[in-house]
Design a protein around this ligand. Sequence first.
Ligand code: SF4
Length: 209
Amino acid sequence: MNENIVKRNELLAQRVIKGLSSRNMTGYYAESREAALSLALSLIPEGSSIAMGGAMSAHEIGLVEALKNGSYHFIDRDAMADKRAAMLAAYDADFFLTSANAMTEDGVMVNIDGNANRVSAIANGPKKVICIVGMNKICKDLDGAMKRARNVAAPINAQRFGLSTPCAKTGACMDCKSPDTICCQFLITRFSRHTDRIHVILVNDALGF
Ligand code: SF4
């Protein structure tokens, strides 16, 4: 990666981390995917129960594979036939792994969801939440973050899941009320009342959508 991009990402990440701290959340900066993996594993004690939602970024840094192969109780929703049982187990997990559809420079996270299992677990339930966020998700302000969530993340996710939404066909949000819409719930995480619950690892790379 170009050294000027690296420098810019590092400086920007420090601003985001300061913003997160002001919101009672903990931010970290990882200079590579490998560093992010090692940092995430250092936060999760062996024996912990772990659930996840919408965490393509956690896959991309190798975290999901490491947890599945390690001494952890990984709650694998995809492998469970009873999705309601999987959802309820996730709410009671020690850790919830996720990302953000977008983040502001001052540490506000934006997530959209269709079924709401992901945004509800970020908001409440699991004891701790670990978000893996590539620097490609950082936006100037809340307006920019909402636009990114609706015009970048959502169309790609709609295409990925084969949904019949306007954005899947056009690549941009049409503010639909389609039965397939994935924009049922918008979660704006601007403060954590619970100290040491939400941890955000910013990664010097483009991750997820
Ligand atoms: S509101 Fe509809 S068109 Fe807009 S991003 Fe969501 S699913 Fe796509």
